[in-house]
Write a protein that binds this ligand. Structure first.
Ligand SMILES: NC(=O)c1ccc[n+]([C@@H]2O[C@H](COP(=O)([O-])OP(=O)(O)OC[C@H]3O[C@@H](n4cnc5c(N)ncnc54)[C@H](OP(=O)(O)O)[C@@H]3O)[C@@H](O)[C@H]2O)c1
Length: 271
């Protein structure tokens, strides 16, 4: 495993997931530094993962080999302008949605080495999915370093065209929230049938975990085959599935993912 010093600028939900995954995979916590304006998130990260923390973006970035830009897209320009004097040969990795790679050179006021990534929160459990895009000028060693960091917390997929990062957002970055919404709706339906929230959640979430594990364990079986194996002819599941299909679940999912991508494109024109 590399000995690169990694600094996360911004210590919110996503860096917490990546740092948790990195440390659990055996990455030395003393090589990891996170910065944030407010103290509570840093205190929690220090306590949970044993990493270094501070409020000083510039000093942390200056001391790092890899700087992971992990603030909200709205704050990215101001943060990059602040960091610029500290950036020289470091590899920059951004996890921000929306902002195109070319914009970062403007933000920093100079050419920087930057890889765009789109991770997701299951990285905290080592079950993440990250899409990565690097412009042609980025060398093999830097690609390998970014890939290794993200792969220590889950699966990775390199995309060749930058626009494909927006498809990664729709399919993986944002999609844990879709699954939570679906299970939330199932739990609400269970509660409407007079089940306790605890029992309904236990049933629905374990079914979700089991279904996810079956998809992963059976890559040669199509998703339709897995679905059909649950769906007895004239049985109960068939009624539920027909209700979803008649209610337009598939076009609704297509529309939701299309709107997700549209928002990423709007952000690219805004920030
Ligand atoms: N959450 C996801 O599932 C997900 C997935 C993929 C990518 N992303 C991307 O990850 C980035 C961060 O998202 P998030 O969900 O982690 O957001 P978040 O939880 O709101 O975290 C953002 C953090 O940045 C901190 N911050 C604000 N100003 C700062 C500054 N000047 N210097 C350093 N830190 C600063 C905030 O601190 P305070 O709270 O003290 O203001 C906050 O802790 C976004 O660009 C997003 O597009 C998120």
């Amino acid at each position: 495993m590399t000995k690169a010093k990694i600094c996360f600028i911004g210590a919110g939900n996503m860096p917490r997931a990546i740092i948790g995954g990195l440390v659990a995979s055996g990455y030395d916590p003393h090589l990891i530094h996170a910065t944030n304006p407010s103290a509570p998130k840093l205190d929690a990260m220090r306590a949970d993962f044993g990493i270094h923390t501070s409020h000083d973006n510039l000093a942390a970035a200056r001391d790092a080999d890899v700087v992971v830009l992990s603030v909200k897209p709205q704050l990215m320009e101001a943060v990059c302008r602040e960091l610029s004097p500290a950036i020289d040969k470091q590899l920059l990795i951004t996890i921000a949605a929306g902002i195109p790679e070319r914009r970062y050179h403007d933000y920093f006021g100079k050419q920087v080495k930057l890889i765009r990534t789109m991770p997701n929160t299951p990285m905290l459990l080592g079950l993440g999915m990250t899409g990565l895009y690097a412009p042609a000028k980025i060398g093999e060693a830097d690609r390998a370093l970014a890939g290794m960091l993200m792969q220590s917390c889950g699966d990775i997929l390199w995309v060749e065209k930058e626009e494909d990062i927006n498809k990664v957002i729709a399919l993986a970055g944002s999609s844990p929230a879709y699954f939570f919404l679906f299970v939330e709706a199932m739990v609400e339906a269970g509660m409407a049938l007079n089940m306790t929230e605890e029992a309904a959640r236990h049933l629905a979430q374990q079914a979700a975990v089991g279904a996810a594990a079956m998809m992963k364990a059976n890559p040669k079986q199509s998703l339709a085959q897995l679905r059909e194996a649950v769906t007895s002819k004239g049985g109960t599941t068939a009624q539920a599935i027909a209700t979803f299909e008649q209610g337009g679940l598939r076009p609704l999912v297509k529309q939701a993912m299309g709107n997700c991508i549209k928002r990423a494109e709007e952000m690219a024109n805004t920030f």
